[in-house]
Design a binder for this molecule. Sequence first.
Ligand code: G1P
Length: 297
Amino acid sequence: MKRKVTKAIFPVAGLGTRFLPATKSVPKEIMTLVDRPLIQYAIDEARAAGIEDFIFVTSRGKTALEDYFDLAPDLESALAASGKTELLDILRTTNMDSGAIAYIRQHKPLGLGHAVSCASKLIGNEPFAVILPDDVIAADKPCLQQMVEAYEDTGGAMVAAMEVAPEKTSSYGILDVKADDKSVFSINGMVEKPAQGKAPSNLAVIGRYILTPHVMANFAHITKGAGGEVQLTDAIAAEISQDRNVFGFRFEGQRFDCGSKAGFLQATVAFAMARDDLRDDLYAYLSDMMAVDKAAQ
Ligand code: G1P
């Protein structure tokens, strides 16, 4: 019987240099889409998929992230005393059970694969999920939940995938597939950040993975890959060369690349427009702005 996926790794050690100067003192994952930090979206998605153990791979300068998930008794009692029950309820959605979160430090920035491998002792001999909080996915059914349900049929390793523009393939892990007409499809190979013109397809890996303990074991023998870093893509690709199943999963939903400023802004607008308390004002503002812009052209 396949084991349930109850553990997830959140690699959050990156410096977030694309968002400097903000990330000089604020971890990128604490930056907010409307009023919730990026990491909260990732945690909510993991919870919806049945994840019970949350493993954060952090680095120096990320204590704000740990504080965010701590209880805030003073704030809670102040809100309770002033009868602000709605705010109190919102605050409580961020509470995590004691012992549910583990923080591990990646001491050197050696790559995403290395970050994931830092959690290997906590994963033990179980399947696990990896969520990259930069990839925010708006979906009726959260992406990881879609994957966990598909994994119940397939087992093996599974990566979320979507088509990207051919000129963008060098920014992603790219899949080599035989036929990808179904939502779940077999992968023949995968390559991290292929050079322009060398991509086997334009199907890119998006930051949601369900992986097996074998993948973790592969880190013992893979060497540095693209960009001189230890790549998660290479550890998953090693499964294929050992004749173990790796599947791609076309998820339903809209993905925002919140690792880029344009993607972050798009996500901010999309999430704000989905909110009853913000939609009308924002819509009026954007319409006015576009009308002025058009008139000026
Ligand atoms: C990482 C992975 C890459 C994947 C991408 C998705 O790259 O290494 O395979 O396609 O996330 O966002 P990064 O964006 O960290 O360079």
